[in-house]
Design a protein around this ligand. Structure first.
Ligand code: ATP
Ligand code: MN
Length: 462
């Protein structure tokens, strides 16, 4: 079907030009023998006004056309006398593809709550809010590829189904084709996964990092950008059971290089959104007040603050404010602590480095003090952790020692140790949760409102 998108019409259209456009009716009103339709086609935030005069056949066809209807309109582009819009379309012909019942269609009125809209996940993308969020999400995804491609990083595709259960990043979903009514057991009474599809127990991946490491340790600089699954039972506004993760991995790089990459990356994404999503950010600022072009501009130019975990703990101990969870060297930072650092101490993003080895994953490189590891978490205001990264342990003996101390069996990941046996080198990388990024940039309060089909405990509709 030959049609023009509203975004193209508004940027390239010429007065007097003939256009055909398709979309959904946002509102229709009639005044003095003229019908006005505000049409949205998803290409941008704005609607385009269609003007239909009484006496035309088009006018007849829309007599029963309601909010939510899908239509095609052909007409001529005119200067608009109305405020705030450059063009309108004087309609010559119209076709109504599908009307929407004026009583049953749930998006009649404006101003539904986000909770209600979550119940109608299949219709919410038609609202201004979700149109804005999903367009920003698109620009961010594109900007991710752009950033890495321009720097010569190779996009790799790490597996979604995996046999390694030792990443320690979160609880795993098991993937099985065993007959759940008649599960085979071995002599000890445990489930016999040798009879399962892969001949051993398999899971949905919680991170592509281990695989990204061997690709990084051959292709030099790589990044993964794909779905990730965690069966953690956390009903928070920043956790999903299925989310997308961006995981760059660089050979011949240390923690400093890793931090620099994370900062450049973040700044570049903010700039791109400013450049491409001005109307969306303006809309979200107006209605939700948790983001703004000014904030993004500042982020795009600002360097992040840096602090070691040990110094951060001292900072928290000095705090006048009371925390719910204890602050003590050796304990992990809770989100209230993270927020204190970003919101009260640094007033912006901060990178916390050199966490105690005991609270971080086995693959993080042991520092010379023998107690801390070369890890970094990037914390941002309101959300807390958005990036987790580290320099990886490249020394076979240190890694072996650490794994045995943590009780991690090596049999499933001998291949991972091979990378330390053959041509080992310093390397580093990080993981950025894509939805947390979209959440931060759009200012949406709940992570379930930045992905089309959120998965969370007890939640898998649509
Ligand atoms: P958190 O402590 O916030 O649960 P984490 O320490 O489990 O995070 P990592 O394992 O380091 O996180 O994962 C890297 C990144 O993936 C995080 O910085 C975050 O942006 C994102 N992430 C982790 N878990 C989730 C989740 N359940 N939903 C959405 N994003 C997530
Ligand atoms: Mn987690």
């Amino acid at each position: 079907m030959k049609r023009s998108r509203i975004k193209t019409i508004l940027s390239e259209g010429k007065i007097g030009g003939k256009v055909t456009l398709c979309g959904w009716v946002r509102t229709k009103r009639e005044s003095k023998g003229i019908a006005f339709i505000a049409l949205n086609d998803g290409s941008m935030q704005d609607t385009l006004q269609l003007v239909v005069s009484e006496g035309t056949s088009a006018f007849q066809k829309i007599s029963n056309c309601n909010t939510g209807a899908a239509i095609k309109a052909t007409g001529v582009l005119k200067d608009s006398p109305a405020q705030g819009q450059r063009f309108e379309v004087e309609v010559l012909d119209i076709e109504v593809y599908g009307d929407a019942d004026p009583v049953k269609y749930p998006l009649q009125k404006k101003g539904h709550t986000l909770e209600f809209l979550r119940e109608i996940g299949h219709l919410r993308p038609r609202t201004n809010t979700f149109g804005a969020v999903f367009r920003v999400r698109n620009i961010l995804a594109d900007a991710v590829h752009n950033f890495f491609q321009e720097r010569g990083f190779i996009w790799i595709h790490t597996p979604i189904i995996t046999a390694s259960d030792c990443e320690g990043a979160g609880d795993l979903f098991t993937v099985t084709t065993l007959d759940l009514k008649n599960v085979p057991r071995n002599e000890g009474g445990d489930i016999d996964f040798s009879q399962d599809f892969f001949g051993k127990r398999a899971y949905l991946t919680v991170s592509g990092q281990l695989e990204a490491e061997f690709l990084g340790m051959s292709l030099g600089n790589v990044y993964a950008f794909g779905p990730t699954f965690r069966a953690e039972n956390s009903n928070t506004t920043r956790h999903l059971s299925e989310f997308w993760m961006i995981e760059p991995e660089m050979a011949f790089a240390d923690l400093r290089d890793d931090m620099e990459l994370a900062e450049d990356f973040f700044r570049s994404l903010c700039s791109r959104v400013l450049e491409k999503c001005e109307p969306e950010i303006a809309f979200l600022e107006k209605y939700y007040k948790n983001t703004s072009a000014a904030d993004l501009r500042e982020l795009a130019s600002k360097r992040f603050s840096h602090i070691t975990y040990t110094e951060a703990v001292k900072e928290l101990e000095r705090a006048k404010q009371k925390f719910e969870f204890p602050v003590k060297l050796g304990l992990d930072l809770q989100s209230e602590h993270e927020r204190y650092l970003t919101d009260t101490v640094f007033h912006g993003p901060v990178i916390v480095t050199d966490y105690p080895a005991d609270i971080k994953a086995f693959y993080m490189r042991l520092n010379d003090d023998g107690k801390t590891v070369a890890a970094m978490d990037v914390l941002v205001p309101k959300i807390g952790e958005i990036i987790g990264g580290s320099q990886r342990e490249e020394r076979l003996d240190v890694l072996n020692d650490r794994m045995s101390r943590m009780g991690i069996p090596t049999e499933n990941i001998e291949w991972y140790l091979d990378l330390r046996r053959y041509g080992s080198a310093p390397h580093a990388g990080f993981g950025l949760g894509f939805e947390r990024l979209v959440q931060y940039i759009t200012g949406m309060h709940n992570i379930r409102d930045v992905i089309p089909c959120p998965r969370a405990p007890q939640t898998i509709k649509f």
